[in-house]
Design a protein around this ligand. Structure first.
Ligand code: ATP
Ligand code: MG
Length: 247
């Protein structure tokens, strides 16, 4: 197990967005967090990444309590995330976007970041992520010119450039075409071969079922089920909470 959440509670004023949620992410596992609108998926994700502090409970990474650490400290420890709304620098090329991400290990402010980017082994390393994410033809295009599918891949390339142990994906398939979503599922299985653990928030049940080894289902801030996609698919509580609403 690489990442663990214990009894996480998060209140926003009078609203309990999360109520006693626990989860475990195994080494080299793809764990999906699913559930209807407002279930608390993004809140859980943001607590893990340090955007919010939990009202109660704790997060442990490689056995170490990381609850309440700042987002950049959590990133540095080895938990990288993508954002639901693409955060790439739109006026920079794909290559420069990844070079910028590669600077984080020696980050001392923007100047050293760009000095580092000039080293050719850094460029080589950036190109390896570009190839991995099938962005070679777009390497010198500005990020702002990319299709949504490519932009999402750039986001993942930037996250991978941080050499994370855990990759957190925030609704990676939102807005993607069927073909792009399909390609994404292939990408996830490819990444699984690379000694990385993945946790993804996914609204699309079909994508979650196909991409994830195991699913945690949230509803109204509580974990209502947990198991393999097959187990989840047949769980009456899940059908009632999730599938029932979809139909
Ligand atoms: N910053 C906030 N302030 C107040 N309430 C919030 C805040 N963030 C989330 N909430 C509330 O907490 C609950 C859970 O929201 P959350 O965004 O985690 O749900 P979600 O499962 O990600 O839903 P969706 O599928 O719609 O993205 C919702 O009722 C939401 O309105
Ligand atoms: Mg959400």
């Amino acid at each position: 197990m690489i990442l663990q959440g214990k009894d996480i509670e998060k209140s926003f004023g009078g609203l309990k967005a999360l109520n006693g949620v626990s989860f475990e992410l195994g080494n080299n596992e793809v764990l999906g967090i699913i559930g209807p609108n407002g279930a608390g998926k993004s809140t859980l994700f943001n607590i893990i990444c340090g955007v919010y502090s939990p009202t109660k409970g704790s997060i442990h990474f490689e056995g170490k309590n990381i609850t309440g650490l700042k987002p950049h400290d959590i990133a540095r420890l080895g938990i990288a995330r993508t954002f639901q709304i693409a955060h790439a620098f739109r006026d920079m090329t794909v290559l420069d976007n990844i070079l910028t991400a590669l600077g984080i290990d020696e980050y001392n402010g923007i100047v050293s970041m760009f000095k580092l980017a000039k080293k050719s082994d850094t460029v080589e390393s950036a190109m390896s992520y570009i190839e991995l994410l099938d962005l070679k033809d777009a390497a010198n295009k500005k990020a702002g010119e990319l299709s949504l599918g490519m932009m999402r891949r750039l986001e993942i390339a930037r996250a991978l450039a941080l050499r994370p142990k855990v990759l957190m994906l925030d609704e990676p398939c939102a807005g993607l075409s069927y073909d792009d979503a399909d390609e994404f599922i292939n990408l996830i299985s490819m990444l699984k071969g690379q000694k990385i653990s993945i946790m993804m928030v996914e609204h699309n049940m079909n994508v979650a079922m196909r991409a994830c080894d195991r699913l945690v289902v949230l509803n109204f801030g509580e974990k209502i089920a947990e198991g393999t996609p097959n187990e989840i698919q047949n769980d009456p509580l899940v059908i009632e909470a999730y599938l029932g609403k979809e139909e």
